[in-house]
Structure formats: C-alpha cells, structure tokens
Design a binder for this molecule. Structure first.
Ligand SMILES: [Zn+2]
Length: 471
C-alpha cells in the first residue's frame, strides 16, 4: 500500500513537472533582433509596392516573415515613436518627445522610472540585452538605455559598413557571448542611414538612383555648399539650394533618399549574414520596423512632423523562429507599438498592467480579433490623427488648414482634404479626436510619464542633434 502511495506521489510530481516545468526547463527563448531603420517609409520598399529596386534583402526577408501591410507609428518623430515601441504607451502618456519644437526648448527629462520598458522586462525574463543605436533622439538621456547591459552609440559605424565589415565585430561578439553562455540575447539595432540629410549612402548606390546630375544639388558631403556662417549645420547646407517648385530638385531629393533606403537594405543583409554565419538566424525572432516615414512635398512640406500617411505608414515585418507563419500578410491597420505586447505574449512573459498597446498574437492565430484602430500624435500632443474605417481624420493645423479628412479607399494618396468643404462625418470625428486627446491628458497626469531628473544636454548630444537637423 505504502509503495503504491509512494508511486502515485512520484507519478503526480512527474506530471506536475511536465505540465509546469520549472523556469530553467522551459523551452529555450529565442534571440530577438529588433532593427529600427529610422525614417523608413513603407511605400519605398519593394515588398510594400515600390517599383524601384531599393530593397532586395528586405523583400526576401518579407517572404520569411509575417508582414503587416498597414502598420502606423504613434508619432512622426523619433523619441516619441521609439518610446511608444519601448513602453507600449501612447506618446502623450509616456511624454517623451523631440521637444525642441516646443518653445524652442530641449526638454531632456527622461521617461518616468515608474513606467517599465521592454529591455527591462526582457532582462528580468533572462535575456542579455544590447543596443547599438544611432544617438540623437534615442540617446540614453531620454531613458532609452534602461534595462540594457550595453547601450552604445558609434560602436557600430553603420555609415562605414559598405567598406568596413569589421565595424560589426561588436555585434558578432554579443551574439557569440549569447551562444557561449546559453542565454538569449535581445539586440536593438537602430541607425539614421535614410534620415536627412540624405548623404550617408555610398557613391555606387547614389549613382544607381541618380544616374544623371539632374540638379546643381549635393550628391555627397564633398558637394555641400560652403557654410554661410560658422554654425550652419550640415542639414541646413543640404537643403539650402532646394527649390520645391523645381521638378528636377524634387526628383533629386527622393533619389538621394532612395539611395539611403538601399544602403539600409544592404546593412540589414549584412546583419542577417552574421546571424547565418553563427547559425543563429533560423531560430531567432527578427523584427524590422521604422519609427516614422518622411514627407516629400505630398502635402506641401518635407521631413517628418505632420500627421499624414507618408509620415506614419511604416514597415513592420516579424520573422518568427523556424519561419513560422512565413509569408502571412496582415491587411488590417495595426499600431507599430503593438509589437511590444505581441513579443511578450509570444515569449510567455506577462506584460505590465497599464500597457495601452495590444498583442497581435490573437490575430496571427486567426482568432476573431480586430486590433484597435491606429491613433498618432504630433510632437506637442495637441493634435491627433485617427483612423475610422476607411477614413483618416486629423486636427493638426498646418499649410493653412485647421483639420484634415481623407477617404483612404477613394483617395489612398490623401490628395483631397474632405474637411475643407464640410463632410457628414466631420462632427463625430472631431468629437472623437477631442475626447481621445482629453483621455490621454488625464492618463498622462495620472502616470506622470516624464518626471525623471534631467541629465542635461552635453556637447556630444548637442552635436548629434545638430547633425540630424534638430537644433
Ligand atoms: Zn526617427
């Protein structure tokens, strides 16, 4: 009898172990490579329909991935969008943004310590965490370095990679360390290779997209006009001679941007090759996305600060381990920051209670789940763009308009502002937008998103922001 009881207890314990394995025996967690290509418009990639050959590597990757065809970023600015990615919170709530645009003042207070970040959560979940970033508005001063074992700028010189593969040795050594220590690695990779001024692509790529010198505009740093005063920044010199009413000037600018996209594609291919050389590619989870797009005068202006399709529609590609769900295309609109809870659900790691983003895993499992419609906020958080079915409404005043309404089905390029002549939907969408902004302001007050101590703007960060055209 005693023996039988003992056997039953042992069997029960074994069953419990099978059903609830201790943490150490859980299935291996994959390495995660999250590559953010700053300022990359979805519609300038082949896999999102661009007719020019800007992206052979990313197009091949898209066939092994789940591709979100309509992913929208939460802000058309680097700091706000990346912090939404890192926290799953909307920009007005986490409060981190490129605040140079507010009263000409650079607010360097970092993210509140009360809001957890993705790298912190992954670190607690047993990950090694390394970030190789491009500086500027993803600098650690804003709170982006939290949870990283290593968070560095310039260790990888992305702009030299065309000629110098050795600059990826740090990446290689972190991957090798992950393998050696049998600990999964979270790798955040970020660069500005297609951010303005569009001068980072190597000459052969520039020549491919700009075969003829169509305008007396710079094709490289050497071509930049002399400074008109000692403090004139590189972006100011790049844009100085550009005439927006000159068709060949506009073509020149877009071609320079496309060369930057093609260079970003080359860089992505090199990172992939290192993963393959170390035999880590197949079982890694690789995400490619961007923080926002870029305007090329579609609505009369350039760069990224306004709320239009061209500044908010970003690539979002996820290759799961073993290429699970390869080739799947998700056509419903999703929010780029939904990737944080998606990742955590996939890994079996609980997400923080207050996260506003929603996991997309139910959608990938073909469950009846419609992701919440995207909303995007401009820098000062006074304006919002919301999607309501096929319509996009924004209350951002610019170019002489006070609000915008587009019918995405009839007018995908958003050429006709239906708000101008009035529209039956306007009153309801206006109310929705105002209510959403009010709700976020209340949440922001409750969460105190940005209340850490400022580290101050040192000369190095000032230089980085100047080189990106922000100061
Ligand atoms: Zn950016």
């Amino acid at each position: 009898m005693k023996h039988r009881l003992f056997a039953a207890v042992v069997l029960g314990a074994a069953l419990l172990l099978i059903l609830n394995p201790p943490v150490a025996q859980r299935p291996e967690r994959p390495c995660i490579v999250l590559m953010s290509i700053d300022t990359l418009r979805a519609d300038h990639l082949g896999c999102y329909g661009y007719p020019l050959a800007t992206s052979p590597q990313i197009d091949a990757f898209s066939r092994e991935s789940v591709q979100f065809m309509q992913a929208y970023s939460q802000a058309p600015s680097t700091a706000a969008s990346h912090m939404s990615l890192f926290t799953g919170m909307l920009p007005p709530v986490h409060g981190v943004t490129n605040t140079h645009t507010i009263d000409n003042h650079t607010d360097l207070r970092p993210l509140s310590p009360a809001i957890p970040t993705l790298p912190e959560i992954l670190k607690i979940g047993g990950y090694l965490t390394a970030g190789f970033h491009g500086g500027g508005y993803v600098a650690p001063e804003f709170g982006f370095g939290r949870g990283f074992d290593l968070y560095v700028h310039r260790a990888i010189q992305w702009n030299r990679l065309w000629h110098n593969d050795k600059t990826l040795s740090h990446l290689r050594s972190w991957l090798a360390r992950s393998r050696r220590e049998s600990k999964p690695l979270f790798l955040f990779l970020h660069h500005y290779l297609c951010h303005d001024p569009y001068l980072k692509a190597p000459r052969p790529l520039v020549d491919r997209f700009l075969p003829q010198l169509s305008a007396a505009l710079p094709r490289s740093r050497q071509d930049l006009p002399p400074r008109i005063h000692p403090d004139e920044s590189t972006p100011a010199r790049f844009w100085r001679g550009v005439d927006k009413d000159n068709e060949s000037h506009r073509r020149h600018i877009v071609a320079m941007y496309d060369a930057g996209v093609a260079y970003s594609d080359f860089v992505f291919g090199r990172v992939r090759r290192i993963l393959e050389e170390l035999k880590m590619y197949d079982r890694s989870l690789v995400i490619l996305l961007s923080d926002h797009g870029e305007e090329f005068w579609e609505h009369g202006d350039i760069l990224h600060w306004r709320l239009f399709r061209e500044t908010l529609h970003v690539p979002l590609l996820v290759k799961f381990p073993g290429a699970a769900m390869a080739g799947k295309k998700v056509d419903v609109p999703v929010r780029m920051f939904d990737i944080m809870p998606t990742l955590l659900e996939y890994l079996g790691i609980p997400q923080p209670a207050k996260v506003q983003a929603a996991s997309l895993m139910p959608r990938l499992r073909e469950e009846a789940f419609t992701p919440p419609p995207p909303a995007s906020f401009s820098n000062g958080f006074d304006s919002v763009r919301i999607l309501d079915g096929k319509f996009a409404y924004s209350n951002q005043p610019s170019s002489g308009e006070t609000e915008w309404l587009f019918d995405g089905a009839a007018d995908p390029l958003e050429k006709r502002n239906l708000a101008r002549a009035g529209h039956p939907l306007l009153a309801r969408l206006r109310r929705l937008a105002t209510a959403l902004l009010m709700e976020q302001k209340k949440l922001a007050a409750a969460y105190k998103g940005r209340d850490g101590q400022s580290a101050g703007l040192d000369s190095d960060l000032r230089k980085q922001l100047e080189n990106l055209g922000y100061l």
